[in-house]
Ligand binder design. Structure first.
Ligand code: MN
Length: 245
């Protein structure tokens, strides 16, 4: 890794490596493909965040990370090509001081739950208790009409998405994908993976008959377990992604 990137951004090199690893983990776990992204709020500048340049997540290294302000502008005169949907990250960091990491993906089993309003993505497994009563669904037509390309490509659309997210840990985006947030990078990655897992489990259960979901108290009781064991999946997923590279 280039130590100059770490000093230029004022971020410890191991944190930049973690963010690069998060990109590779999410790709290897099938949450992102050529598209999708993960960001981290700057540890010293809450009004800044770190996100890769425009590229496939599986290929991201620390030197590919760019610092952005909350208007979605690249800092330090960085002129490399950036993600169109960086406003997802910028506006969520602006609206949610408790959030330090954001994952946006099009993970395939989640998308159907964004287009069938009656099939709410409620938690069916203890690993997914953070979903509580199910993520809200962002409908871009509500504010931006029925002729958009469905992407979040400006500040206004990002702010609209952040409003729909509210204080939830996840928001589905109709016909597009989902965005999950957490107070740490590792927990955001965990939630992105297990949002997809819950969608797979629920898709399997729904045709079998009436589904029993976790109660809200059961959901709340799972939260400390996830945070307390977060290094376990992270280390496994990191090793698997590294070996596959
Ligand atoms: Mn997208």
């Amino acid at each position: 890794m280039s130590s100059s990137t770490a000093s230029r951004l004022g971020v410890p090199a191991d944190l930049l490596q973690d963010l690069a690893d998060a990109n590779r983990i999410l790709a290897h776990q099938g949450i992102v493909d050529a598209f999708g992204h993960v960001s981290l709020r700057h540890p010293e500048r809450p009004d800044r965040f770190l996100l890769a340049r425009n590229m496939a997540p599986a290929l991201v290294t620390p030197d590919d990370l760019i610092e952005f302000d909350l208007d979605g502008n690249a800092c330090h005169g960085d002129e490399r090509k950036v993600y169109l949907e960086r406003f997802i990250h910028a506006e969520i960091y602006r609206a949610r001081p408790d959030v330090n990491s954001v994952v946006h993906s099009h993970s395939p089993t989640v998308v159907p739950f964004s287009v069938v309003p009656s099939a709410r993505l409620r938690p069916v497994c203890h690993m997914c208790g953070f979903l509580r009563d199910g993520p809200p669904i962002f409908e871009i037509r509500e504010e931006f009409g029925d002729a958009t390309n469905l992407l979040i490509s400006n500040r206004e659309q990002g702010a609209s998405l952040a409003r729909k997210l509210g204080d939830h840990p996840a928001v589905l985006m109709r016909g597009h994908g989902s965005t999950v947030v957490a107070d740490t990078l590792k927990l955001a990655v965990y939630r992105a993976v297990y949002t997809e897992v819950n969608a797979q489990l629920l898709s399997t259960a729904l045709p079998l008959g009436e589904v029993v979901y976790l109660t809200d108290d059961e959901c709340l009781a799972t939260l400390d377990v996830h945070a307390g064991q977060i290094d376990r999946p992270w280390n496994l997923w990191k090793k698997a992604a590294t070996e596959a590279a």
